[in-house]
Design a protein around this ligand. Structure first.
Ligand code: ADP
Ligand code: ZN
Length: 442
């Protein structure tokens, strides 16, 4: 059997709890296979490997991968749609594409074996936290070109659970099904989960009486206070799930029940952290951009793919027993980083502050404008029901107190504008947190 073959059982203790040395040797073996596969089957990668002087058969250490240049989203776009595939199209059985949050979509492909691997690594994550055959998994991610829906569908199905492929949207129906079918697991974005909580509460649904056990929530940045809010309102354990279509989709990494970082599926994805400015590899524990190399994919392998996602990686002695390395909750993408008067700000840092203020709702929008050629940042945030009218007299004082909290946490003045409940648009997928009006003419 080739080393690229994937086992199909869900308990992989001999891998997920193996020593780091064992995992590194497996990674090295599969890295060689992947490089040979790319070299043989794709002209773009062949040239890159030739230019780097790397001989796949002679690689002795994982760090030698640093000789290879990075693959960027631009490389994917330039080779649109199938130029970076490494198998003939006759072997590709599915394509997906990124949701195009930051530009033109990029296309990724899977062979049957790739799909098996994907279902396996994501199913394994779900199994490890306790999802079993008798669970009812409601998949509220979009189905279609986005990887979220199908990713969870096949993983949960492979695990033997009953899957409800409801997709995103139609919130009242989501809630009816959640209640009637007694869904125990929810796969969704955190922002849409909160929207479900809000609509459900309005309809008089008592989430404590529903059957939700776990939420696998991701596809967008979110914060620890947001998790507490979701857990309190939905009565389930909310786990942070991370992935991107270029690497596979959901299943790249996810939290275990220890909820202290996301274990990366280390035997399939080699992770590096780089300085986004210089491209230099950074040591574990240092914040930078995540870079992934797939180790077992056939149709669309990636070599040193720059994600633009900001995080850091580390090893720890996790209570769950897994030895897979961890990544910290992603702060956001470097593209989403706002530079306001020289200070770098991620929307998630603003969220972190807002979510800790009592009487605010977890719905906000960051609005950027230009005034006298200067960037101005303002955040609109909803106050809780009742508070708006109750506090009408001193809304301004309330705004000022939030502004000073933001100032002490972030170091710049951000104007706060309190809004009435339910006036900021809700998301049924990935939330749009920033409205950039700087280019608009007045
Ligand atoms: P697009 O790049 O068009 O949004 P994808 O649908 O593949 O395409 O989305 C992947 C991206 O979503 C990741 O690169 C990351 O920026 C974001 N993302 C996914 N999961 C998380 C998460 N748990 N936390 C923060 N960001 C996430
Ligand atoms: Zn763990």
């Amino acid at each position: 059997m080739s080393s690229i073959a994937v086992k199909s059982d869900f308990l992989d203790p001999e891998i997920s709890a193996a020593s780091r040395e064992r995992i590194a040797s497996l990674q090295l073996e599969n890295l060689r296979e992947t490089l040979k596969h790319c070299y043989k089957n794709n002209i773009f990668y062949k040239k890159r490997i030739d230019d780097s002087g790397l001989d796949p058969d002679r690689i002795k250490d994982l760090s030698e991968i640093e000789k290879l240049p990075f693959t960027s989203k631009e490389d994917l776009r330039r080779n649109y749609p199938f130029g970076l595939f490494c198998t003939p199209l006759s072997e590709v059985v599915r394509v997906h594409s990124s949701s195009g949050t930051t530009g033109n979509p990029t296309v990724v492909g899977y062979t049957g074996q790739d799909l098996d691997m994907w279902a396996h690594v994501l199913g394994r994550i779900m199994y490890d936290v306790g999802v079993r055959r008798d669970d009812i998994v409601q998949v509220s991610h979009g189905f279609g070109m986005f990887t979220g829906g199908f990713g969870f569908q096949f993983a949960a199905e492979k695990l033997g659970a009953l899957v409800v492929p409801i997709s995103g949207g139609n919130t009242e129906r989501q809630l009816k099904i959640m209640s009637d079918f007694k869904s125990t697991v929810l796969c969704c974005t955190p922002s849409y989960t909160l929207h479900m909580a809000e609509v459900g509460e309005k309809l008089g649904i008592d989430f404590a009486k529903l059957h939700l056990r776990f939420g696998f929530l991701g596809a967008e940045p979110w914060t620890e206070p947001m998790r507490r809010e979701i857990e309190r309102r939905m009565h389930m354990i909310a786990l942070n799930s991370y992935g991107l279509s270029e690497v596979i989709g959901p299943g790249v990494s996810c939290e275990c029940l220890a909820r202290s970082g996301l274990h990366i599926n280390d035997d399939h994805f080699l992770t590096e952290i780089i300085d986004p400015e210089t491209g230099k590899t950074l040591p574990a524990g240092t914040k930078g951009e995540l870079v992934f190399t797939s180790l077992t994919k056939k149709a669309f392998p990636v070599l040193r793919y720059r994600t633009k996602d900001i995080s850091y990686i580390y090893e720890d002695d996790c209570a769950c027993g897994k030895t897979f390395i961890k990544m910290a909750r992603p702060l956001g993408r470097s593209d989403d980083m706002l530079i306001i008067r020289g200070v770098n700000v991620f929307p998630s840092q603003i969220e972190e502050v807002l979510m800790k203020v009592e009487d605010l709702e977890p719905h906000y929008l960051i609005v950027l404008t230009k005034e006298n050629y200067m960037d101005k940042i303002e955040v609109w945030v909803e106050v809780s029901e009742g508070v708006f009218h109750e506090k009408l007299m001193d809304l301004e004082a309330f705004e000022k107190s939030i502004e000073s909290k933001l100032y002490s946490a972030i170091g710049i003045h951000i104007k706060v504008s309190l809004k009435e409940p339910r006036t900021i648009a809700r998301s049924e997928g990935k939330a749009q947190r920033v409205l950039d009006k700087r280019q608009e003419r007045n």
